[in-house]
Design a protein around this ligand. Structure first.
Ligand code: SF4
Ligand code: SF4
Length: 359
């Protein structure tokens, strides 16, 4: 489990002598990634930024400048008067209608937001997409996508997006895609700190340019339902304790993120809150083609099997596991609280169905 970095440890890090300037823009999203970032802890947002020498030029939730004061910052960046080290976009780039970008005009400038994003990206040392909307289009691109939402360098799974797949910022790096919906605050903070310290390299990015610091893991790692998974003791409804893969749509065995080892707000994750993993760090997660909380199957076998596992093996292992499932797990899997403790001493509850009738 990742240990939070203490304030003292952070203070020992030496930021670059020159402040690293950061500009944060929002377009087609819900603002949830900013809201999540404000909850950063170990370190908190302000301590992290100070330790890394990050100077926030402007952020919609942190800055006081508005109107002409804000647009003046943008003009100073474009004129070269103000250096821009890190440009963050939260929310997708909205290109509609018909590629004009006029669905989202930057207030007070008479220009589409996508034009500002393109111009500022060409001046930025690093460009960072915060959240699956900015990375791939995300929720904003769901359905008919009438707003023509795309990510900065991806349109769903396809390389391209607003800036194009060949885009490189002045650092030589592609857009850094901190995908997630929302992003874990420390995925964002540690990536921005690493970028500001000058230690973030292309080798630290995966095949979708996401930071490997969190995508070298699976959501399945550390899930408290692992024991139920091993025996295919499955939940049948949202409040059940069992594994949510077989019936409830859980994609944790395929989703690349460390949500169950780097917990949210100190103690949470979707699985711990009773929600199946919907693989929100992946492109097109918003369009699974079936209800999020249902597992699509063919002949009773889930379609989305664990990463790296041949289907025949899974089927053989699953039937063996089901045959060997201890009563404790079988009964607890479809209960909303522990009915049979590990000691096996919960005899008074044994043999009781969900409806409370004796079998
Ligand atoms: S990625 Fe999710 S949380 Fe972040 S802005 Fe988009 S919809 Fe909101
Ligand atoms: S609920 Fe999902 S993440 Fe948890 S053990 Fe089952 S498959 Fe893995």
């Amino acid at each position: 489990m990742n240990k939070p970095v203490s304030k003292t440890e952070i203070e020992k890090l030496s930021p670059k002598a020159e402040k690293q300037t950061l500009l944060w823009l929002q377009s087609g999203g819900c603002g949830g990634c900013s809201l999540s970032l404000l909850c950063a802890e170990g370190p908190d947002l302000i301590t992290g930024f100070e330790a890394a020498g990050i100077e926030v030029l402007w952020h919609p939730s942190l800055s006081l400048e508005t109107g002409a004061e804000f647009t003046d910052i943008l003009h100073r960046i474009l004129s070269g008067e103000q250096r821009l080290d890190i440009l963050c976009l939260e929310g997708s780039a909205m290109c509609g209608p018909n590629g004009t970008g006029k669905f989202h005009m930057m207030a007070g400038t008479g220009r589409p937001m996508i034009d500002w994003i393109k111009d500022l990206s060409s001046h930025a040392k690093h460009v960072v997409a915060v959240g699956s909307c900015a990375a791939f289009g995300g929720i904003t691109a769901a359905g008919d996508n009438e707003v023509e939402a795309v990510g900065l360098s991806y349109d769903g799974k396809e390389p391209g997006g607003l800036l194009g797949s060949d885009f490189r910022s002045q650092s030589g790096l592609p857009v850094v895609n901190i995908a997630g919906c929302p992003t874990h605050p420390n995925w964002v903070l540690e990536t921005l700190m690493s970028v500001a310290f000058g230690s973030f390299t292309e080798a630290q990015m995966d095949d979708l340019e996401r930071p490997r610091s969190y995508t070298d893991h699976l959501v399945h790692h550390g899930c408290p339902r692992n024991e139920f998974y091993e025996f295919k003791a499955s939940a049948e409804q949202p409040s059940d304790l069992g594994c949510m893969m077989e019936h409830m749509g859980c994609l944790g065995t395929q989703a690349r993120a460390d949500c169950n080892t780097r917990l949210w707000n100190g103690s949470g994750s979707c699985l711990r809150g009773g929600y199946a993993c919907i693989n929100c760090t992946a492109p097109k997660f918003e369009e699974p083609g079936h209800p999020f909380m249902e597992t699509p199957k063919i002949a009773g076998i889930p379609i989305g099997l664990p990463t790296d596992m041949p289907k025949a093996w899974f089927v053989a292992l699953a039937s063996l596991s089901k045959a060997a499932t201890p009563d404790r797990l079988r009964e607890n899997a479809t209960a909303d609280h522990i009915k049979v403790p590990p000691s096996g001493s919960g005899a008074s509850n044994r043999g009781t169905t969900r409806e409370g009738k004796k079998k």
